[in-house]
Ligand binder design. Structure first.
Ligand code: SME
Length: 159
């Protein structure tokens, strides 16, 4: 398929609805983990322009930084720490409207104001998380949760 992403305008729903089939096309026939995580991060960043979009992967009982787009970030996060570690511990998506009000939030960038973290669950285990940060307060809601969880489900591979 063409490597150029078609960037949609419109509501958040319309943007996700345009992006998801394109992501499906990018992931189809490619099973390499790093390649797929890298393209998901790049496509989300390109479509939505968020500050930071990326993955942390569980390795030896820690989250380790994976493919991402945005400013450099902390490389390791322990279970239960920060939004990412809490999403891992609870095995659920966390929407944080104001990161300063989240106890234990890990500030990789002082520009980040709100955040959403989606756990990647395979065989009942969290094997990584997708983390998205915005410079706007309250930038994420149930629409993002629904579609970002769908995007994670496109990943057919086990990490
Ligand atoms: N804010 C995250 C840390 C990762 S960075 O935002 C890229 C957290 O509290 O877990």
């Amino acid at each position: 398929m063409a490597e150029d992403l078609l960037i949609a305008k419109g509501t958040k729903e319309e943007q996700y609805e345009s992006l998801i089939p394109q992501l499906q096309g990018l992931l189809d026939g490619e099973h390499h983990l790093v390649a797929n995580l890298a393209n998901i991060a790049a496509a989300l960043k390109e479509q939505f322009g968020w500050l930071w979009v990326g993955f942390y992967i569980v390795r030896n009982d820690e989250l380790v930084l994976g493919p991402f787009q945005g400013p450099v970030a902390c490389t390791r996060i322990k279970k239960g720490k920060g939004v990412c570690g809490m999403s891992w511990l609870k095995a659920e998506t966390l929407i944080v409207p104001d990161v300063e009000k989240f106890p234990g939030h890990i500030a990789c960038s002082s520009l980040s104001k709100s955040e959403i973290v989606i756990p990647i669950i395979r065989n009942n285990h969290v094997i990584g998380v997708l983390d998205v940060d915005s410079i706007e307060l309250n930038d994420f809601n149930v629409v993002d949760k629904k579609y970002l969880e769908q995007i994670i489900d496109l990943l057919s591979i086990n990490i």
